[in-house]
Ligand binder design. Structure first.
Ligand code: TYM
Length: 377
């Protein structure tokens, strides 16, 4: 588990240490989301998603440009994805829930890439079947969130490679090994599949433009760990005559332990969408909070919501903005104890899981409706 003192690492394969988001904006060369940009989103979308109000989505590239294009009549496509190496946890859902808001508000088509190739190449102990199995399971979670089947296309890499490959080749031709090493930290010992892979993840950013034969703006909502791919994609875009893809980046939903993002490799501190609701309750009961050693002390001095994983869940996903501010106040002023807070969150998470799991079952009959079909191309 990462600690506050560890050096920050944010790559597509590892996130650890205390995350300094302002530093990431500087180092990655992205832009913070300003009040003006929020106004522009509100104007076009009709309202602001809570994840925008609370700066869960905090950084972007070219979102202002994309909205100007939209205002002048050019619709955009959305692109996001999943590396299928295990069950989906509710941290993964944060960018997907936001993507659904964008799809609804902007009537946007979504390409959702499932990178079974990436996960096969990355995990030493994976057979080809392992990520394929998870691809199906993870797609059910996406469908369960209610994406519009007419406007959503799941691009499963090994299945859709016939369409992706020519695009990936044109991209790969413009990325030198030296750039790939610099951006992704590849070593002499990295397998060459992984070295080519960034071209595959960049490809869907240009897929709509390639399919319709003219430039279509593309917006990628994801946590900021995926940013290296977009840096490369943006470099290559003008060389291929495409628009640079725009991004909007979110923070990491933390795990239920002390510090660190929610991660499938720490199952006790992650809530999976397939967890029995009672299992989720137990995990929340054991969660790290910002509470004091004794109830008396907490009543007198208050607790610290800024380090509390329970508060973080309410903040990221489970409370509206008014509730969050009330809770923050009550926590700081010692009006509420951690046990009570955990109970409120547990009830909400359990309700969410029951409903999500019901939708997930129904998604099993609808899987094919969402799959990208090269015949659409
Ligand atoms: P993967 O499977 O690691 O993550 C899927 C999505 O979840 C985001 N994410 C999180 N968001 C908030 N809190 C967390 N704790 C958290 N952990 C992960 C990731 O940023 C991602 O958006 N290579 C990709 C798959 C991919 C992709 C894409 C992702 C292919 N094309 C386009 C985003 C956009 C991967 O392995 O994601």
């Amino acid at each position: 588990m990462s600690t506050e003192n560890e050096e920050m690492v944010v790559t597509p394969w590892e996130v650890s240490g205390k995350i300094d988001y302002e530093k990431l904006v500087r180092e990655f060369g992205t832009q913070p989301i300003t009040p003006d940009l929020l106004d522009s989103i509100r104007r076009n979308a009709g309202d602001l998603h809570p994840q925008l109000e609370r700066q869960v989505f905090f950084s972007h590239r070219d979102l202002d440009w994309l909205l100007q294009k939209y205002e002048s009549g050019e619709k955009f496509v959305l692109y996001t994805g999943r590396g299928p190496s295990g069950p989906v946890h509710i941290g993964h859902l944060a960018p997907w829930i936001f993507t659904k808001y964008l799809q609804d508000k902007f009537d946007a088509k979504l390409y959702f890439q499932i990178t079974d190739d990436e996960r096969y190449l990355y995990h030493d102990n994976f057979s080809m079947d392992e990520p394929k199995k998870w691809a199906y399971e993870n797609a059910l979670d996406l469908i369960a969130l209610g994406f519009d089947s007419k406007k959503t296309r799941i691009v499963l890499d090994t299945k859709s490679i016939g369409t992706l490959y020519s695009l990936a080749l044109t991209i790969a031709k413009h990325i030198t090994f030296s750039t790939a090493k610099g951006v992704f930290g590849f070593q002499e010992s990295t397998n060459i599949g992984l070295i080519f892979y960034p071209a595959i993840q960049a490809a869907p950013a240009f897929l709509e433009s390639a399919l319709v034969g003219h430039n279509v703006p593309c917006l990628i909502p994801a946590a900021i760990d995926q940013d290296p791919y977009w840096r490369v994609a943006r470099d290559v875009a003008p060389k291929l005559g495409y628009y640079k893809p725009a991004q909007i980046h979110c923070r990491f939903v933390p795990g239920l332990g002390r510090g660190g993002k929610m991660s499938a490799s720490l199952p006790e501190t992650a809530i999976f969408t397939v967890d029995e609701p009672e299992v989720a309750r137990k995990k929340i009961t054991n969660a790290f909070t910002g509470g004091r050693a004794t109830i008396e002390e907490q009543k007198q001095l208050g607790a610290n919501p800024d380090v509390c994983s329970v508060f973080a869940y309410d903040y990221f996903l489970f409370m509206n903005s008014k509730e969050v501010e009330e809770l923050r106040y009550n926590c700081r002023s010692g009006n509420i104890m951690c046990g009570e807070c955990k109970q409120v969150l547990a009830e909400r998470v359990m309700r969410f899981l029951s409903e999500h799991q019901e939708q997930r079952e129904k998604a099993k009959d609808r899987f094919e409706e969402y799959m990208f079909d090269p015949k659409d191309a």
